[in-house]
Design a binder for this molecule. Structure first.
Ligand code: ADP
Ligand code: MG
Length: 457
């Protein structure tokens, strides 16, 4: 403890009471006044003696003043030594810092340096300003208080401890006046607001974070609203498309049939005529296939499930595939059917439609032929592990899918083929999801692709 005044320990313990300061002030005031009074009335015999005595009295009086002021400062030193708020007491006009209490040392870990004064103290005690470095003494609260002759408050004081901790302080300083009203010292108290400031900064950061989150959510909401508006428009377009496709499909079938009939009725037709009739037939069938896909996609599938043999449905789809002109007979077809897979509740026509789309994609991915594997097994739904299901995986050794395309595969009209519709996978997903199932795609570019459908049991 750096308080000066060792001869007053008992007074110190007494003064730690709440009225100690007043007591001390009264003591020295009364002591001073009574000495002065006794000085004034005791010697009045002759002029010379009076003059001599007058000089002595002035000297006495200033000595008494000095003692009284010193007593006040010492009293304050002792009173403040255990005060819970960091406090300095300095003398004026010398500026010497005479005491710093224990709370100060505990806060900033810098004890009283005997040579420190109010004019050089900021450097000694680690005060700094972020813009100018060492805190300028003239801005420091005690010198401002002396200059103002009144208490001052200075915020934003920063002190660095010897360990490198930064403390943010508010300084309050007040001039101390002596017996004759002159400034004899300055008392400075420091309030540590570091933690409060940190909390405020943390709140501020949290508020900013929340504001960003709200902004993000607002953005998401706008996207959802836009998508809903688009979905509404699309559903109208979808209905119109379904009507149109339905109207076109039947005449297209009739045109293809008529062209094929003509071919049979005109065995004597020349090569050009036969080629044209075949072209009419094949194009009409292709368009009919396209309208069927558009119809499947545009109409929300409404499965009519029956208990069907899974492997029979697959065989029927494979049969259709092998008869299709697009099928390359060099492609090896391998069945990896699990005997555990038997019956499943499904709409055979819709599932055949899905299998047809997937098998055709696999064939189209193998222009140089390759191997097509159809594997069945029992398992669980990937997104609902408690739900048992049948898995049908269609694996090809084709070109594979570029990683950037993976997330677009199920978008309607996404195609990488010159005459593709981009509706195969989109329809397949709609149909499988209408069955309560899931569809997944795994692919290695250059090696092949596996598309798996999961149908709940
Ligand atoms: P389409 O076959 O008319 O292009 P799909 O919806 O059936 O439309 O397929 C969309 C796209 O997905 C295809 O154009 C292709 O790029 C990719 N794709 C689908 N299946 C496979 C597969 N087995 N191998 C490689 N790419 C595939
Ligand atoms: Mg396709």
């Amino acid at each position: 403890m750096s308080v000066i005044g060792t001869e007053l320990p008992t007074v110190g313990s007494f003064l730690s009471g709440e009225h100690g300061l007043w007591f001390l002030t009264l003591v020295f005031l009364f002591a001073g006044r009574s000495s002065l009074k006794s000085g004034r009335f005791s010697h009045e015999s002759s002029l010379e003696r009076r003059e001599g005595r007058e000089a002595d009295r002035i000297e006495d009086r200033s000595h008494i003043h000095y003692q009284a002021n010193e007593l006040l400062l010492r009293g304050l030193d002792i009173l403040m030594s255990e005060f819970p708020i960091p406090v300095w007491i300095a003398e004026w006009p010398s500026g010497r810092i005479r005491s710093m209490n224990r709370a100060w040392e505990q806060l900033v870990h810098r004890p009283l340096e005997p040579r420190s004064t109010l004019f050089n103290c900021t450097d000694w005690y680690g005060f700094y300003h972020p813009d100018v470095g060492i805190y300028p003494a003239e801005w420091f609260p005690p010198l401002r208080a002396v200059k103002a002759g009144a208490p001052v408050v200075v915020e934003d004081l920063r002190a660095l401890t010897p360990e490198g901790d930064r403390r943010l302080l508010v300084g309050w300083a007040t001039p101390l006046r002596g017996y004759a009203g002159e400034i004899i010292g300055v008392l400075t108290a420091f309030f540590d607001v570091t933690d409060a400031q940190k909390k405020e900064e943390a709140y501020e950061a949290r508020i900013q974070e929340l504001t960003r989150e709200v902004e993000k959510l607002r953005g998401q909401l706008r996207t959802v609203e836009r998508k809903m508006a688009q979905a509404h428009e699309l559903s109208i377009i979808g209905q119109m498309t379904a009507i149109l496709a339905h109207e076109i499909r039947n005449p297209l079938g009739a045109i293809a049939n008529a062209a094929e009939l003509l071919l049979q009725l005109r065995p004597d037709a020349d090569e050009n005529e036969r080629e044209l009739l075949q072209l009419i037939s094949s194009e009409a069938r292709r368009l009919s296939g396209l309208t069927r896909q558009v119809l499947t996609y545009a109409r929300m599938p409404d499965p009519e499930p029956v208990l069907a043999r899974v492997h029979d449905v697959i065989e029927q789809a494979l049969d259709l595939l092998q008869k299709d002109p697009q099928f390359d007979p060099r492609i090896r077809i391998r069945r990896e059917f699990s005997p555990a897979v038997t019956l499943c509740s499904l709409d055979p026509d819709l599932i055949k439609e899905v299998l047809w789309n997937l098998l055709l994609n696999a064939v189209q991915a193998m222009p140089e032929a390759g191997e097509l594997v159809i594997a069945t097994s029992l398992g669980e739904l990937p997104d609902r592990p408690s739900q048992r299901c049948v898995r049908i995986a269609i694996r090809d050794s084709g070109v594979g899918i570029a990683p950037g395309d993976m997330e677009k595969l199920f978008d309607p009209f996404f195609t990488t083929k010159p005459f593709g519709t981009g509706l195969g996978l989109a329809s397949a997903r709609r149909i499988i999801e209408a069955h309560g199932g899931t569809i997944t795609v795994q692919s290695s570019p250059g090696k092949g692709t596996t598309v798996t459908i999961f149908l709940p049991l």
